[in-house]
Design a protein around this ligand. Sequence first.
Ligand code: NAP
Length: 278
Amino acid sequence: MQIGIVGLGLIGGSLGLDLRSQGHTVLGVSRRPRTCEIAVARGAVDTAETDVSLLSDTDVIFICTPIAQIVPTVQQLIPHLTPSTVLTDVGSVKAAIVNEIAPLWSNFVGGHPMAGTADSGIEAAVHGLLVGNPYVLTPTNTTPEAAIARVELLLRPLQVKLFHCEPEDHDRAVAAISHLPVMVSASLIATCLDESDSRVLKLAEALASSGFRDTSRVGGGNPELGLMMAQYNKPEVLRSLLSYRKHLDNIIDLIEQERWTELKAVFSRTQAGRSDFL
Ligand code: NAP
């Protein structure tokens, strides 16, 4: 197929590498000319430009820009498209995006690959980023079956685990397992940075190892991503954070009151429950 990708960063570049390795022709559009050059040099796209008119003759276009640019990008694309072109996005929130784009372009399928690294930009793009990870599609009752089928036809060979759900259910679920961890992990790093004794701070920096690496990864990533999650999924992010605060307060109470048996019960419940998610 002839594929378009707008936004040649971590996700767009990685998708390009994988789709080209499946034999598709990939045309890329990004904001900066230098990014387009790097994307071609890295083999993420066959050709790239800064003008969306490059994508006028494509079967499927993946919109991989930051969340705030997804709807404006669709608006820019529409005058150049033929009605059969299928648009899909990779934004980490779905309801706000799907509700705005569905009335603009009927052949639109909301999507979200559940994969990432702490890095961003075209240099961070890697082969196989999505392999083995969930890829959520959020069609509505007006999304054409043929559009969903065409997106799935491209994604299945990338060895993703495909899921379908309502955009609102997606946003509530990812608030808990993806957006809340960013807020929690950022707060953890901020707590470490708050250490007022410079000697202890240096020691903590020197001793930080695998535990800190695991728990700080999502809070130490692209700042724009965390901001966009909070802005575009505000009610669900707040709901998760308030629930989290409740659990944190409970742990503080249990420690202050030395209710060790109950504290152990908290950790036993979380130890048993973790495997349901992974
Ligand atoms: P990223 O690495 O920063 O890539 C986004 C790229 O979009 C930038 O490199 C930028 O390239 C380009 N861009 C920015 N504005 C643009 C515009 N108006 N038109 C065309 N290109 C533009 O970010 P990312 O992590 O790949 O995230 C992209 C999307 O994927 C977001 O919507 C995010 O919610 C979603 N997502 C991210 C992750 C993750 O973990 N990172 C996971 C799943 C989904 P230049 O300015 O250099 O041209």
